[in-house]
Design a protein around this ligand. Structure first.
Ligand SMILES: [Zn+2]
Length: 507
């Protein structure tokens, strides 16, 4: 058994969960679930980033103490992930005392390595972003993200010698044989990082003198840890750094960090450099997804078009939401969620194709087989063709191409619907009852096989299908047997099936 540690970014609690958070988190969940079925030991981490000026301001604006405010928002994230069936193994919060202690311990290690120095810093700081911007990064003098003028801030800070790591980082990214090689996907993002690393890289200010809501530096308590350093360290502190070195040894390095492209630099440059400085291993892979618009417009509070996970669940159900978010456009590219197109896609793929397949199949088994699984025979009229589609899921998921993986599942569904049309069991029931039983038997076995592939993407649907098949054992265990041991899709003859309400009512 191998270990697979994968993470979402920790989400900043200046806002309650929206569709962007859900997008990254559901994608990560699909991978976590998939690798569990492949027999890997998985650790799936998500959480919330709770320090910084913006949080202190947000709490003050609501007349709340910062911790109380963070508790409330963190709870909303946890609830949203529960509602979306996100199967994270842990949820880290940066205000947890253990995290704060671990951050201080890491900083102390950096300090002792001699990679920290004190200097005067003056720069343009976007309070919304919690970061300084170089002149050439600003657009018309404004923060490129927030379109607000940055504040000029000047103070004594502690700096991390990021520039010392520029060449090693460049080698680690570009040279596959480098001992610290790590991958960045998609390649366009990797090239972007390489391009920037080939230019000058400034040292990084890792502390603030003016911020109170954060973790004090262990050697100078008048300074607070820069919120990004605090946040990045969650990937280590969540697995027990530094108190539980054995656990860290077991799980580190992470196999995969997922994130949106706006935080690529922090993960592809600052994070590996911090790890190099303390002689720790680097994560294996970083995958960066794109930005999306909603009905052609950027999602923003001021536009009033922010979509919350609860809105999506209300409209499309849990699995409908999971399906629609991952099938709309390639993961890694920018895209648009058009609500009319989402409804069309829901009706076509889920209501008409998948929902209809399940509902008509169990209706026929009820009508023509007395709601019992017919005895096995060795007929393979459609099984190979269905399997040919389903097997593509593996390759697509290896490359995080969720939309192709889902398209392969829907193609398998369409093959089964075509098989039903072609065989017309309702006619066979009158003219050749034994043939009708054989056709429906093959159909049920294919549906069972399909439920294994559905589970990572649409766990509730997979379980509903499982129940209709009359299965009483554990779906995940069955799927693991199938994937890991190449076990057969067994289906006991005479098993009573349980037809249920349609899975995806038409919209
Ligand atoms: Zn900004």
């Amino acid at each position: 058994m191998s270990r697979f540690y994968l993470t979402t970014p920790i989400y900043y609690v200046n806002d309650v969960p929206h569709a962007g958070h859900a997008y990254t988190t559901i994608a990560t969940d699909v991978l976590a679930r998939w690798y569990r079925l492949q027999g890997e030991e998985v650790f799936f981490l998500t959480g919330t980033d709770e320090h910084g000026t913006k949080i202190a301001q947000a709490a003050a604006a609501r007349n709340r103490a910062p911790q109380e405010y963070c508790d409330e928002i963190a709870a909303q994230f946890q609830q949203a992930w529960k509602d979306l069936r996100v199967s994270n193994d842990s949820f880290i919060r940066t205000t947890a005392p253990a995290h704060a202690r671990a951050v201080q311990s890491f900083l102390k290690a950096l300090w002792e390595k001699g990679v920290i120095y004190k200097a005067r810093y003056q720069g343009k700081y976007c309070v919304q972003c919690e970061r300084f911007y170089a002149e050439d990064e600003l657009i018309g003098g404004l923060c490129p993200d927030h379109r607000i003028p940055p504040e000029v801030q000047s103070e004594d800070n502690y700096f991390f010698r990021l520039s010392d790591f520029r060449e090693t980082l460049l080698a680690a990214i570009t040279d596959e044989n480098h001992p610290q090689h790590f991958k960045i996907y998609p390649l366009a993002r990797r090239n972007e990082v390489i391009g920037k690393l080939k230019q000058d890289v400034n040292d990084l200010s890792i502390s603030r003198a003016t911020l109170s809501w954060g973790i004090p530096l262990p050697w100078d308590r008048s300074q607070t840890t820069y919120v990004w350093v605090d946040a990045l360290l969650n990937y280590l502190t969540a697995i027990g750094y530094p108190d539980d070195p054995r656990h860290v040894e077991e799980w580190w390095p992470a196999q995969l960090h997922l994130m949106a492209k706006d935080i690529l630099w922090f993960h592809a440059v600052i994070w590996p450099a911090l790890l190099m400085a303390t002689e720790m291993k680097l994560p294996k892979k970083i995958f960066v997804h794109g930005f999306f618009t909603v009905n052609g417009q950027k999602m923003s509070k001021s536009m009033g078009n922010v979509i919350r996970p609860a809105d999506l669940i209300k409209e499309f159900g849990v699995d409908g939401t999971r399906y629609l978010l991952l099938s709309a456009f390639p993961f890694g590219a920018d895209g648009d969620f058009n609500q009319d197109l989402m409804k069309t896609a829901y009706n076509a793929a889920l209501a008409n194709d998948l929902g209809n397949l399940i509902s008509r199949s169990f209706t026929m088994v009820e009508n023509f087989c007395g709601a019992k699984v017919p005895p096995p025979d060795d007929k393979n009229r459609v099984t190979s063709r269905v399997l040919e589609e389903l097997k593509k899921v593996r390759d697509h998921l290896e490359r995080l191409q969720f939309h192709y993986a889902l398209a392969a599942i829907i193609a398998a569904v369409e093959r089964l619907n075509g098989f039903i049309e072609e065989q017309a069991p309702w006619k066979l029931a009158k003219t050749a009852p034994a043939e009708c039983q054989s056709v429906l038997r093959e159909l049920l076995a294919c549906i069972k096989m399909m439920s294994f592939y559905l589970w990572p993407f649409m766990p509730d649907t997979a379980h509903a299908v499982w129940k209709q098949l009359g299965q009483t054992d554990d779906l995940e265990a069955g799927a693991k047997r199938y994937f890991v041991h190449q076990g057969p899709v067994d289906l006991a003859a005479g098993q009573v099936t349980q037809k249920d309400a349609p899975l995806f009512p038409r919209k």
